[in-house]
Design a protein around this ligand. Structure first.
Ligand code: TXA
Ligand code: MG
Length: 321
């Protein structure tokens, strides 16, 4: 596990313009001191991400909210209290501390307290905010282990902290509380039902056309193989039809599927939270086997199943180039 020395080194790097890979409970982040514009620009360069896509600022705890957000509505407080540290990001009106480099020039900032002991330790020692998108190249599958990060980004990062596999496995749920009624900008590791229970009202999903949320580009989280979606009852039939076309087909789905014995299956359980935890690792493994097409079984559309279905749909969306 991580030695105190390594944590010291991570914090030193962040203090001096470094970019490090930081484990969180959702996915690994590519982290820079949020108050250091040059370091933040390096994050964009390493990811190959357009500079107008805003980043999430990770803070040590709820007490830091007023430093970054000039208004903290009571519903934001209620959600922070209920779910932080955890897989929830709040979009609020920014203070001047949240620079254009971080917010993509918007008047709002995305904030979250990650629920991972290593991330929390680093943030507490730094005593400030860390801007961190997922630690993958733009448009690719997010990393849920240190090894994934190493393979994607290698020596482009100054340090990779290994905090074990991410336990949630999909990115945080983003809730916009910056104006009007709350809305979900990206379904993620916190279920909508849990958010609605705390707020006592319905919270619709609103994927904005004006705010640039890269996770909401239609083709995102994309492996190299084609991805075909299937409800569990139709998966076997899909596989057979694709094989009849001469394609090499792999399956992402539960053990309960009765597949031909020569079809390679990558285990994605039907239970939504378990599916979320392993989804990205299985997509990577499956992609490395050189299949033409991956048939992905969809989990139930409730709880974290909404986020898993969202990511699989994006992986299956038509690609450019
Ligand atoms: O779980 C997570 O959220 C992970 C871990 C590392 O914390 N981070 C993550 O970052 O998924 P990233 O950059 O891959 O996705 C952040 C999303 C982007 O889609 C971005 O557009 C959106 O948050 N975002 C950031 N600031 C925003 C803002 N002010 N308004 C609306 N969306 C915003
Ligand atoms: Mg991402």
């Amino acid at each position: 596990m991580l030695t105190p020395d390594l944590l010291d080194r991570a914090v030193e790097l962040l203090r001096h313009g470094g970019v490090i890979a930081l484990p969180t409970e959702t996915v690994y982040g590519l982290a820079a001191n949020a108050e250091d514009e040059l370091a933040v620009r390096r994050v964009f360069a390493i990811k190959g991400r357009p500079a107008n896509h805003p980043l999430i600022v990770h803070i040590p705890d709820e007490e830091y909210l007023p430093e970054w957000a000039r208004e903290v509505p009571h519903e934001a407080r209620a959600l922070a209290r209920a779910f932080w540290p955890g897989p929830l990001t709040l979009v609020l009106r920014r203070t001047s501390k949240a620079t254009d480099a971080v917010t993509g020039g918007q008047d709002t900032v995305a904030l979250r307290v990650p629920g991972h002991s290593v991330a929390m330790e680093v943030l507490e020692r730094l005593g400030g905010g860390v801007a961190a998108p997922s630690a993958n190249r733009f448009g690719r599958v997010s990393p849920t282990t240190a090894e994934h990060v190493q393979r994607d980004l290698g020596s482009d990062v100054d340090l990779v902290l290994d905090g074990g596999p991410s336990t949630v496995g999909v990115e945080s749920t983003i809730v916009d509380l910056s104006s009007g009624a709350p809305a979900i900008l990206r379904p993620g590791g916190l279920a909508t039902e849990d958010i609605e229970r705390v707020l006592g009202r319905a919270v619709p999903v609103r994927t904005s056309t004006t705010v640039r949320v890269s996770g909401s580009l239609e083709s995102h989280y994309a492996p190299r193989a084609g991805v075909v979606l299937a409800e569990p009852h139709e998966a076997v039939q899909r596989v057979e039809a694709l094989r009849a076309q001469g394609l090499r087909v792999g399956v992402l789905g539960p053990a309960s599927l009765s597949l031909p014995t020569d079809v390679q299956r990558f285990d994605v359980p039907g239970e939504p939270a378990q599916a979320a935890r392993v989804l990205y690792a299985r997509l990577r493994e499956a992609d490395e086997q050189g299949h033409d097409v991956l048939v992905a079984c969809l989990p139930a559309a409730s709880g974290l199943g909404i986020a898993v279905r969202d990511r699989l749909s994006r992986a299956a969306a038509p690609r450019e180039g």
